[in-house]
Design a protein around this ligand. Structure first.
Ligand code: ADE
Ligand code: ZN
Length: 326
């Protein structure tokens, strides 16, 4: 079996996926037409051509603009269902997906529309495609902690269907410490905690995510590699890192996929998983991330099996549910 076929055949979980980042240009156009929303592009090709980023903020500006076409519960359902169709084709059996409610509530879309639309897409995907999923509510870190608290309050009626909270958007200048209280509140409500850290931000932000936000899982974590004591701690604690190779390349976190830190992370005993982040913007869904990274750095079949196992082990499934996959 070729290495590509081997990657395709491996059952896997996806643990770092922004559902708004799975909005393909074709669906963006369809929703723009359906909802009579103007978008600043003439064609699908023009949208794709605009996806040329030199850093995280470049991308975020376009990503938040793209989300404007999402208006109704049906739109959020369709967005989620389309992602799960792509994921199922990559043998994703379980996905823990991020959503950014503030991106929508701040432009007048009720929290209920976003949450119920996504949950309905997730339920349909489980029934039709046999992909299970959980929802993680991300706070936008460029906004203040009061806004994060207001979002958590809006989410209260849905907390039995939301597995955890996360932290995303512009990292540099917005350290995890800014969200210490809201993460403590979320933890006391029984929610899991994850955070983007060390994507563009320094190792200090990773320490803060561990010590102040008390995260259960780390999103990205690349810049942890600059601090040997931090790497030792992450390895000792068995912290799962949700790494996103094509995202790192597209956002210039790494200049060349050949220089991606995954092989060194594995050598140092880190619990790495491979994920797609915002696949519609970064050139590929999860298997494309696995394939391109493998081609660039030469991962072995044994390492690939380990990465697949890590994806289930690092998930928020119960031990019994994990045992069915591993
Ligand atoms: N929101 C969507 N994708 C993101 C990323 N890679 N980093 C931070 N915020 C994001
Ligand atoms: Zn992300």
């Amino acid at each position: 079996m070729s290495l590509d076929a081997f990657i395709n055949s491996l059952p896997k979980a996806e643990l770092h996926l922004h559902i708004e980042g799975s909005l393909e240009p074709e669906l963006m156009f369809e929703l723009a037409r359906r909802n009579k929303v103007e978008i600043p592009f003439d064609s699908v090709e023009a949208v794709r051509a605009a996806y040329d980023f030199s850093n995280l903020q470049d991308f975020l500006d376009i990503y938040y603009a793209g989300a404007n076409v999402l208006q109704t519960e049906q739109d959020f359902h369709d967005l989620a269902y389309a992602y799960f169709q792509r994921a199922a084709a990559d043998r994703v059996r379980h996905a823990e997906i991020f959503f950014d409610p503030q991106t929508h509530t701040d432009r007048g879309i009720p929290f209920q529309v976003v949450a119920d639309g996504l949950l309905s897409g997730m339920k349909a995907a489980e029934a039709d495609l046999d992909v299970s999923s959980q929802l993680i509510l991300c706070f936008l870190r460029h906004l203040d902690e009061d806004a994060a608290f207001a979002t958590l309050r809006k989410a209260e009626p849905w907390l039995d269907r939301i597995r955890g909270v996360g932290l995303d958007s512009s990292e540099v200048g917005h350290p995890p410490s800014k969200f210490k209280s809201v993460f403590a509140a979320a933890g006391s409500m029984g929610l899991k905690r994850v955070a983007h850290a060390g994507e563009e931000g320094p190792p200090e932000y990773v320490w803060e995510a561990l010590d102040l936000l008390k995260i259960d899982r780390m999103d990205h974590g690349n810049r942890s590699m600059e601090d040997p004591k931090l790497v030792e701690r992450l390895a000792k604690e068995g912290m799962t890192l949700t790494v996103c190779p094509l995202s790192n390349h597209k956002l210039c976190v790494v200049d060349d996929l050949k220089d991606h830190p995954v092989p060194e992370m594995l050598r140092q005993g880190l619990h790495v998983t491979l994920n797609s982040d915002d696949p519609a913007y970064f050139g590929g869904y999860v298997n494309e991330n696995w394939r391109q990274l493998t081609a660039a750095v030469g991962l072995t079949r044994e390492q690939l099996i380990g990465l697949a196992k890590n994806s289930f082990e690092g998930s928020f499934l119960t031990s019994a549910e994990k045992a069915a996959y591993i």
